[in-house]
Design a protein around this ligand. Structure first.
Ligand SMILES: Nc1ncnc2c1ncn2[C@@H]1O[C@H](COP(=O)(O)OP(=O)(O)OP(=O)(O)O)[C@@H](O)[C@H]1O
Ligand SMILES: [Mg+2]
Length: 335
């Protein structure tokens, strides 16, 4: 049976059809501009627009409607990693609602809650267990899933961007402390992965779109031109008299400062440790000279996510690999 994974972003809808599991195979892959600019509908009008768009992506690319897997953007998620004394699964299930009330800023009657045990100490040790609470508003999740019902699809999985993304990066417990920085069009999501485990997730409501807008204004380009110039010259000061780089720089600085804040937050959580490397992901990760810029700002090694490494199937040249991490993480999951 074929699987369909979907990442509906504000800039583009990404889809992969293929064989799911730890040894995935890509059969078809598509990236379609999101003409609605909406990732999560909030009313009937934009819900209908998005339904029509998703339907055309499915039909135009001959994508399956079986085993459809979705990932919600962090912008509608409230997640928190907490430490509590070790509990059995049953005890945890009954205690979790109360924990959520302490840590998730959504009223209980409106809350759709999931949780994941990140770490459970061996019985002989008196250390706390670590749990990731993942909350969203029921109304939001219901509306999201309803879009797929309207398309004759019963989603087999709905998780969150960071869980999908971190899976696609295949961390091991031996990896150095790594900050994952996912820069899309309208958001930037960050997580630190420590000993192969998510230490925390944060998000910021700005992304690549901020840079395109700045370029439109300061150099006087239309949106398409600005998009092209950004992709071609990025932060390269030696190109186009440095005009593109200069226009983009203030926006990049905003993003970079947010990354620094998250690095500092990690330092307060784990005082004897530091972030040793950064992995850039999301469409913006491909911007010329961004790697060098972030490396200089943070003083760490910076890598760009390569979610297709070792994966069976062909990926067209038009696909920007770091933008496909969420999809690959969904495809890698074993149900
Ligand atoms: N080569 C490139 N250089 C610079 N920016 C790029 C490049 N390729 C794509 N982008 C930018 O990346 C963004 C799209 O990335 P992505 O597909 O991850 O966003 P999205 O998932 O649709 O958005 P979001 O998750 O924020 O809703 C756009 O702002 C686009 O301009
Ligand atoms: Mg995205």
């Amino acid at each position: 049976m074929s699987t369909l994974v979907l990442d509906i972003g504000t800039y583009s809808i990404k889809a992969i059809a293929g064989k799911a599991g730890p040894k995935p195979k890509i059969e078809r892959i598509a990236e379609v501009f999101n003409t609605t600019g909406i990732a999560v509908p909030t009313d009937d009008v934009n819900q209908d627009k998005l339904i029509n768009l998703i339907e055309s992506v499915i039909v135009d690319n001959d994508l399956p409607r079986t085993d459809v897997r979705l990932s919600l953007p962090e912008s509608v998620i409230s997640s928190k990693v907490i430490e509590i004394p070790p509990l059995s699964d049953a005890e945890l299930a009954s205690a979790i609602g109360w924990q959520a009330e302490q840590h998730i800023p959504i009223p209980p009657e409106e809350l759709a809650l999931e949780y994941q045990v990140l770490y459970r100490p061996p019985k002989s040790e008196k250390r706390p267990m670590r749990i990731m609470l993942i909350g969203a508003r029921k109304q939001v999740v219901d509306r999201y899933v309803d879009m797929f019902h309207a398309l004759g699809i019963e989603p087999s999985l709905v998780e969150t961007h960071m869980l999908s993304l971190v899976r696609s990066l295949m961390f091991t417990a031996e990896d150095p402390n790594t900050m994952v920085v996912h820069i899309g069009a309208s958001s930037m999501n960050m997580a630190v992965v420590r000993q192969g485990e998510i230490a925390f997730v944060t998000s910021h409501m700005n992304g690549g779109q901020l840079l395109t807008k700045a370029l439109e204004k300061s150099v006087g380009l239309d949106q398409d031109q600005a998009e092209k110039y950004k992709r071609t010259y990025g932060l390269d000061e030696t190109q186009f008299q440095g005009k593109v780089a200069q226009a983009i720089l203030p926006g990049i600085q905003v993003l970079s400062n947010e990354i620094k804040k998250s690095v500092q937050f990690f330092g307060t959580q784990f005082p004897n440790e530091s972030v040793q490397r950064v992995v850039l992901s999301g469409g913006t990760a491909s911007m010329p000279n961004l790697v060098q810029f972030i490396a200089q700002e943070l003083g760490t090694e910076v890598l760009v996510a390569a979610p297709f490494t070792g994966v069976e199937g062909t990926v067209p040249e038009t696909i920007n690999p770091p933008a496909m991490g969420v999809c690959m993480g969904l495809l890698l999951r074993e149900l």
